[in-house]
Design a protein around this ligand. Structure first.
Ligand SMILES: [Zn+2]
Ligand SMILES: [Zn+2]
Length: 139
């Protein structure tokens, strides 16, 4: 057993304590993603199509063996007003939440955010009816 050689490769948890400064080619849209411009030390998704890859179990640990493409399925707002993305793995269905980066495509983010509003699971007229029932009708 050669322990010294093993130490040279990235140990488990390496990315937790080190910002990842690698460039990568997005598996979904094929664009080259560079670390510059993300505004965070940890870019884990493509700023153009917002897709990610299933590499982490805990954020940044690179412990997942799945490697599937993670599609952005929603955005949510954290307590501090910061937006975060919910990614879902195409292969195993795992969900994860990731901070958005400064240069993420704002149009993509907005279209994700309004998706449920644009496709409500009930007819919009229902809202008028509800407003009347609860006395919120505008004069
Ligand atoms: Zn992409
Ligand atoms: Zn997966």
């Amino acid at each position: 057993m050669n322990r010294e050689n093993k130490k040279k490769s990235f140990e488990k948890g390496y990315y937790k304590n080190h910002p990842c400064n690698e460039s990568f080619t997005c598996r979904v849209c094929g664009r080259l993603v560079v670390p510059e411009g993300s505004g965070t030390g940890h870019r884990n998704h493509c700023p153009y199509c917002l897709a990610s890859r299933h590499l982490d179990v805990e954020p940044g640990d690179r412990a997942a063996e799945c490697g599937g493409v993670m599609e952005p399925v929603a955005v949510w707002v954290r307590k501090n007003g910061e937006w975060a993305l919910i990614h879902r793995c195409r292969i195993c269905g795992a969900l994860s939440s990731n901070c958005i980066a400064a240069d993420d495509n704002p149009l993509k983010l907005m279209s994700l955010a309004v998706k449920p509003v644009a496709c409500p699971p009930f007819p919009l007229e229902r809202l008028e009816e509800l407003a009347r029932l609860t006395g919120c009708e505008t004069p």
